[in-house]
Ligand binder design. Structure first.
Ligand SMILES: [Zn+2]
Length: 423
């Protein structure tokens, strides 16, 4: 029977929630314990008040994260064994019939419900946590306009993709998931090309870096690292938040390096050059291609698993949903899979973070080679300070969640390179 599977799913849910709450508690304890003094490496540049503001901000974010974890578990139980999805499955056929549109409406309905439940948490994040520390610059109107835009983009992109996958599942065959994977691979590559000029501009204004002192300073850097000079943009991040950042996006000819305007305003020319060199490192060292490659490999594994689950009659009943005879089960399968998989894959988070941190170290080394390591250190310290990023993360929490190396380790390595270069 499916009781043993129910017990397994319940056990994994409890373990995942316990692990996440424990990691958050560790992070809060560790940050609090180290809030009394600025770490030695930063003592000359970051004041105690800023250090303690970072600690308070980290703890506020952890509290929200813990509430999110607990609510997420409640929503999961409510949708599965609590009867939420069963209700949807019973209510829909009267409107959609019992064919393909039932499947599609099931996925759309569950997706809309999850997005709606997420909205209050996002509101609290912006208008309670971020606002309390002076980071939020969004008005209420802008917040809801963004939510509406995201929902429309989600529908425009998500519904056709789900429809194609559902049609492939319906067509069946022993390897429908292989066809679905090919479709998904092509779609995500096209999205990677289209994202910077089709979707990102819906939310922000992007301006190519124009001729001027800064432009001529970094022109040589771009030339010797082989990057098209019109691929560097500034973005009006200050419309929503005073957090500063820089990132690499897009594929092929559409690839871009994006600086937040907040970062450009805060850093000196030499520091911007060093940050740019770091981002160019990601490009030159093929980190984007590697990330896409491992993402596609992972989606092949997930889809193969989905293909197997489609043949397993115990799966949906063990999660508390039984469809009326004659109803197609593909939409339900997709929704349950999307709910269950993150619980199982959370244990892989340290692997993802470790790979990302390896890339960050490599990009730092590249930056130290092509620009000034000392300037990159100065830029990072300013960013840690402005973003109220903790300098003293709990090592275990960091191993699960942080895509970037802890501040002190990253700075130490860069300083070692700077000293090696000047010796
Ligand atoms: Zn990086």
């Amino acid at each position: 029977m499916n009781v043993s599977w129910s017990i397994l799913f319940a056990a994994v849910l409890v373990l995942t929630v316990a692990l996440k709450l424990w990691l958050s508690a560790r992070q809060m304890r560790f940050v609090l314990r180290n809030a009394g003094a600025v770490p030695a490496q930063f003592a000359a540049t970051i004041g105690l008040a800023d250090h303690q503001r970072a600690a308070a901000y980290t703890i506020a974010k952890q509290r929200l994260g813990m509430a999110e974890t607990a609510l997420g578990a409640l929503v999961f139980v409510g949708l599965t064994w609590g009867g939420g999805l069963q209700w949807l499955a019973d209510a829909l056929p009267g409107r959609t019939g019992s064919g393909f549109f039932f499947d599609l409406a099931f996925v759309a309905g569950a997706g809309a419900l999850l997005a709606l439940l997420d909205l209050p948490l996002e509101w609290i994040r912006s208008f309670r946590v971020e606002a309390r520390f002076g980071f939020n610059r969004m008005s209420q109107a802008m917040f809801f306009a963004d939510a509406l835009k995201s929902a429309l983009v989600g529908c425009a992109l998500g519904l056709p993709v789900v429809a194609v996958v559902l049609l492939l599942m319906r067509a069946g065959g022993p390897a429908w998931w292989l066809a679905a994977w090919l479709f998904w691979s092509v779609f995500s590559l096209l999205l990677g090309v289209a994202y910077p000029w089709l979707i990102a501009p819906l939310f922000n204004r992007f301006t190519p870096l124009v001729e001027g002192p800064l432009y001529s300073r970094i022109g040589a850097l771009l030339a010797r690292t082989g990057f098209r000079s019109n691929g560097v943009y500034t973005m009006d991040g200050s419309r929503r938040s005073s957090h500063g950042n820089a990132y690499f996006t897009g594929l092929g000819a559409a690839k871009r390096i994006v600086f937040y305007d907040t970062l450009v305003a805060r850093l000196g020319a030499e520091e911007i050059e060093a940050v740019l060199a770091h981002e160019l490192g990601h490009f030159r060292l093929h980190h984007v291609a590697k990330r896409i490659g491992s993402g596609l490999a992972a989606s092949l594994a997930w889809l193969a698993l989905l293909g197997w689950l489609q043949t397993q009659a115990w799966f949906a009943p063990s999660l508390g949903v039984v469809l009326a005879p004659g109803l197609p089960a593909n939409g339900l399968l997709l929704v349950l899979f999307a709910l269950v998989m993150p619980m199982f894959s959370f244990v892989l988070a340290p692997l993802r973070s470790a790979l990302s941190r390896k890339h960050e170290f490599e990009a730092d080394a590249f930056a130290a080679q092509h620009a000034s390591a000392q300037s990159l250190v100065q830029a990072l310290v300013k960013l840690y300070q402005d973003n109220a990023a903790t300098l003293t993360p709990d090592p275990l929490h960091s191993a699960f969640y942080d895509s970037h190396p802890p501040a002190s380790i990253r700075i130490d390595r860069l300083l070692a390179r700077a000293h090696a270069a000047s010796a």
